[in-house]
Structure formats: structure tokens, C-alpha cells
Ligand binder design. Structure first.
Ligand SMILES: C[S@@+](CC[C@H](N)C(=O)[O-])C[C@H]1O[C@@H](n2cnc3c(N)ncnc32)[C@H](O)[C@@H]1O
Length: 213
């Protein structure tokens, strides 16, 4: 069934892109996220799991024009809104679990931004394990997700994902649940650096280093 969001977006025609960017900015500043990544890593081979229509892809490719970027997603229209350079950029409809045996250790940066809360809970550990296997030995995994907190913006975010986006799987995790998911895949000694991303402290980023397990 088509979601309310998809119907509205189609009706917006040429205004879809600026409206979609403004809508997203209500919840996360993607430029702030890109800057947080830039401060910590200089990747040559980037994988984005759950790249969607390419909003973050554009920032990553802009920041590292010489890096190879691969975006994967389960949706059919992935990369649809991507408007950056196309050399060194690949979008593929494939799961991380299927890509991992094909390209073990192939990436030095794996990004999972605003994806896990859309994934059915039993599948989340599988995606984490696949992300780990896709990283090269000194690679870094960035997970940014929305932390569950009892606030009005949290309720707005849930309503947006559940009713405007039309996702019946949406379930946010506490920070401790997110840390446990990382430790289960990367080991208890995994080195994790954490920070928040504007404009809400719900936006919590984990930088996990591959060398630590
Ligand atoms: C809010 S969008 C985020 C898109 C992109 N990461 C960004 O920040 O612009 C969430 C994406 O997660 C994708 N997704 C949901 N379940 C997934 C799964 N099991 N594997 C890969 N992607 C998934 C959805 O199709 C959707 O495109």
C-alpha cells in the first residue's frame, strides 16, 4: 500500500526535493552528520547500508569525491533523488547479508544512518554482523539512529515514520539497546566513540572501529 508520504511527494512534482530536504531537517541535520564523519575518517571505499533515495550519499560523495561509494537498500528506487557526480558511485538493490559473502572486508567506512529502527527487530543482529564482515581490518562503522526518549519530538518522529512514512516495523531502541547490539556483533571490547548530531539529542552516533574485535 502506498504511504501518505509517497503520495504527497509525487504530488509535489518539482518541489519534491526542497520539501523533502526541509522535512528531513526537522529531525536531523545531515550536514552535521557528514561533518562528524569527516572529523574522524578519510575513507577510500564507502558502503551505505539503507541508502534510501541518496540524501546522505550526496554529502558523502561531495566530501570524498575520489572515494568509491556504494549505496545499498531493499527498496527499488534507491538513489532516486541523488544528484551528485556519478563516477565512483554505485547503487544496488541488495541486502547487507547478501553482499557480505560477496565482498568481505571490502569497505573502510560502513554507514548505517536512520535505518535500524525500520528493520524488523529479529533482523537487526544479522545486519550488524554483515556490516562487521563488510569492513576491512582497520575500518570504521558509523551507526546513527534515533534514541528512544519520552519527549514531544520523539512522538512526532514516531508519527512521521509510522503514519507518514507508513512503516509498520518502526521501533526505536534505547541507547543501551543500541550499545548491546554493537557489542554482540563487535565484541565486548569494541572501541566505540559516541556523539550527538544536531538538532536533537535523540540523534546519537556511534563510531565503531573494526580493529577492536
Ligand atoms: C530514513 S531512510 C534513510 C536513508 C539514508 N540512510 C539517509 O540517511 O538519507 C531509511 C532507509 O532504510 C531502508 N531499510 C529498511 N530496512 C532495511 C534493510 N533491512 N536493509 C537495508 N535497508 C533497509 C529503507 O528502505 C529506507 O530507505
Amino acid at each position: 500500500m502506498t504511504s501518505i508520504g509517497a503520495t504527497i511527494r509525487r504530488a509535489l512534482g518539482p518541489y519534491e526535493r526542497p520539501v523533502a530536504e526541509a522535512y528531513r531537517r526537522m529531525f536531523i541535520n545531515l550536514d552535521d552528520l557528514a561533518a562528524a564523519i569527516r572529523q574522524r575518517i578519510t575513507p577510500a571505499r564507502i558502503l551505505e547500508i539503507g541508502c534510501g533515495e541518496g540524501a546522505l550519499a550526496e554529502r558523502l560523495v561531495h566530501d570524498w569525491p575520489d572515494a568509491h561509494y556504494t549505496g545499498i537498500d531493499i527498496i527499488g528506487h534507491l538513489g532516486r533523488m541523488y544528484a551528485g557526480p556519478v563516477h565512483n558511485v554505485v547503487f544496488r538493490q541488495v541486502t547487507a547479508q547478501d553482499l557480505a559473502p560477496e565482498a568481505p572486508g571490502a569497505f573502510d567506512l560502513v554507514v548505517i544512518n536512520d535505518v535500524l529502527h525500520h528493520v524488523p527487530t529479529p533482523l537487526r543482529p544479522e545486519i550488524m554482523t554483515a556490516a562487521r564482515d563488510l569492513l576491512c581490518p582497520d575500518g570504521c562503522l558509523l551507526i546513527k539512529d534515533w534514541a528512544r526518549r519520552p519527549t514531544p519530538i520523539h512522538a512526532a518522529c514516531y508519527a512521521a515514520d509510522r503514519y507518514i512514512g507508513g512503516d509498520p516495523n518502526v521501533r526505536y531502541m534505547s541507547l543501551d539497546e543500541q550499545r548491546a547490539l554493537i557489542h554482540d556483533a563487535f565484541g565486548v571490547n569494541a572501541q566505540i566513540e559516541e556523539c550527538t548530531i544536531a538538532p536533537w539529542r535523540h540523534n546519537h552516533a556511534f563510531f565503531v572501529t573494526r580493529t577492536t574485535f
